[in-house]
Design a protein around this ligand. Structure first.
Ligand code: KIV
Ligand code: NA
Length: 279
């Protein structure tokens, strides 16, 4: 497979072919996403929860993101990579944001960065893109701002709120974003916003009218225990948790019953050597 570039993304968008994006947080999860043909791989700060067991994404540090970005980048042979700037690493000033974005490229080895926020982030997006680092925007539901939003709620459900999503999208495009994530926005609103833009929207909980789609990998592969909450927009394409649980349970049983390891899992020794040793 040929390396995906921003040129590839632009040509998919022109052809109206949906762009496929998936999160990954380490070498194996990136390797499988890349092998399965994802055009872009996002090292989302959702890894705070799905890989590090944190309560929400506000806890994850730049250094932690960088370690995961480096592991993902090693596995992303074809996919275009995006590193998610964590809360606190870019909001203070455009200079702070550029410094963090440069670390993501130099130390995280990703090809672009993502940051959350609308029109107010335009100067920051300009600063980073002017330094030659592509920026993926993220509007609608912005999880890093959950406390200000009053929780994880759908955005753009009233006319003024939908107009704000559109205004933010236009500001992000104008500031130079190569694409933008639209999260948890009514499908009709997302479709209209998408139609107003000349850069792709990447939807998550935003319907089929977006130019591309993104999902969190452990959600869509079903790699989580029964009973865990998953958002309405997630489709479970697999049951990785059950398969791992079954395999580990079978191993436990076979160790307890001494069925494992069997002779074929052991190494031979020559008879004379063994006799000499056993003496
Ligand atoms: O952190 C993340 O995984 C994300 C995607 C869901 C867009 O921001
Ligand atoms: Na994120």
């Amino acid at each position: 497979r040929k390396k995906v570039t921003l040129g590839t993304i632009r040509s998919l968008f022109k052809k109206k072919e949906p762009i496929t994006v998936m999160t990954a947080h380490d070498f194996p999860s990136a390797y499988v996403a890349d092998s399965a043909g994802m055009e872009m791989i996002l090292v989302g700060d959702s890894l705070a929860m799905v890989a590090l067991g944190m309560e929400d994404t506000s806890e994850v540090l730049v250094e932690e993101m960088l370690l995961h970005c480096r592991s993902v980048s090693r596995a992303a042979k074809a996919a275009f990579t995006i590193g998610d700037l964590p809360m606190g690493s870019y909001e203070v000033s455009p200079e702070q944001a550029l410094q963090t974005a440069i670390r993501f490229v130099k130390e995280g080895r990703v090809q672009s960065v993502k940051l959350e926020g609308g029109r107010e982030m335009a100067p920051t997006i300009r600063k980073i893109t002017a330094a030659g680092i592509p920026v993926l925007g993220h509007i609608g539901l912005t999880p890093q701002r959950q406390n200000a939003l009053g929780g994880f709620r759908v955005q753009g459900k009233t006319c003024p709120a939908a107009l704000k999503v559109l205004d933010d999208a236009l500001a992000l495009q104008e500031a130079g974003c190569f694409a933008m994530v639209l999260e948890a926005v009514p499908a009709e609103v997302a479709a209209i916003v998408t139609g107003e833009l000349s850069v792709p929207t990447i939807g998550i909980g935003a319907g089929a009218g977006c130019a591309g789609q993104v999902l969190v990998q452990i959600d869509m592969t079903g790699n989580f225990p029964p009973g865990r909450f998953i958002p309405k927009f997630v489709k479970k394409y697999g049951d990785v948790w059950s398969e791992s649980f079954r395999a580990i349970g079978a191993y436990r049983d076979e160790v307890k019953s001494r069925a494992y390891p069997a002779p074929e899992h052991t190494y031979p020794i020559a008879k004379d050597e063994l006799e000499a040793f056993a003496k």
